[in-house]
Design a protein around this ligand. Structure first.
Ligand code: LER
Ligand code: MN
Length: 281
């Protein structure tokens, strides 16, 4: 029998955060409709961006997973920044504490749905009175506490390097891997977003190969943040690299719903199958 656990899996994003309007999410506002659309297109999972942990009913989400035979690939924490203005590197210790509590809630929600949580825009940036070293020290301290909470759910914590226009902390996978190793953050994996990587990395495939076992999740986006196939990123070398490192996680479409959500979803599934084929899976 086919060992499905060694295969890459497909996922598509659902945003429940109205403040993120215009952002790179395919389905919006309605969790049930997003699950139904994901199932209709043949995805393995959905990735959810809730406005807060208590805004999603665990029972309702589990019922949708059961009804559609879908997993939850990951749960994002971006609303902590875009809606609540909480960052892990804020100079105010009360804000950092609130940021941590917000993420604890998401880690718990994700854990009950069998998924990891993502630290993306809540990492913040160094600026003003906060030197770079201080921001990175706070980030390491917070990731340690958060990863411990994730481990209690048998989950890793996903840390996402973002491009230079979104953070000035760690923009490249190599720098992030070094940072995690330096701070002994063994239960943290990288979320490698192909859109950010297209801006920051010299070579996408080589970077994934170097990141190796630290690759925990992939945001499957083309150079222009549209579905893979609607930009100029070449999926062939990426597929080969993912195969080489034995990646068996999700390729999750965190992309703009262009020309519309249905066409973005359909193109993603077509490209996902092509990548699996190219990777010999
Ligand atoms: C989040 O996954 C991300 O990639 C950031 O650019 C926020 O949109
Ligand atoms: Mn991303």
């Amino acid at each position: 029998m086919l060992d499905v656990s060694s295969h890459m899996k497909s996922a598509i994003t659902i945003s429940l955060v109205s403040e993120a309007r215009g952002g790179p999410f395919v389905y919006w506002d309605d969790l049930a409709a997003g699950f139904a659309a994901a199932a209709r297109h043949g995805f393995d999972a959905v990735e959810i961006f809730p406005s807060a942990a208590n805004a999603v009913s665990i029972g309702a989400a589990r019922a949708l997973m059961e009804k559609h035979g879908l997993k939850v690939a990951a749960v994002g924490t971006g609303a902590g920044w875009v809606k609540h203005k909480l960052r892990l590197t804020d100079p105010d210790p009360a804000v950092r504490a609130k940021a941590r509590e917000f993420i604890y809630g998401i880690i718990n929600l994700a854990g009950y749905l069998g998924a990891p949580a993502i630290i993306g825009s809540m990492q913040g940036r160094w600026e003003g009175t906060v030197p770079r070293d201080q921001a990175l020290a706070w980030l390491a301290e917070e990731l340690q506490a958060l990863a411990e909470r994730a481990a209690a759910h048998q989950q890793v914590l996903l840390y996402e390097p973002l491009n230079r226009y979104e953070t000035n902390l760690l923009n490249r996978n190599g720098d992030a891997v070094e940072f995690l190793a330096q701070h002994g953050l063994a239960n943290v994996r990288l979320l490698c977003d192909l859109y950010h990587m297209n801006i920051e990395e010299q070579n996408l495939a080589e970077s994934l190969r170097q990141t190796g076992a630290r690759v925990g999740h992939v945001h499957f986006a083309d150079s222009n943040r549209r579905a893979i196939g609607f930009g100029h990123t070449d999926p062939g070398p990426i597929a080969a690299a993912l195969r080489e490192i034995g990646y068996a996680g999700y390729l999750s479409a965190e992309i703009l719903p262009l020309p519309d959500a249905e066409m973005a979803a359909a193109q993603t599934i077509t490209s996902f199958r092509q990548v699996c084929h190219l990777a010999g899976r």
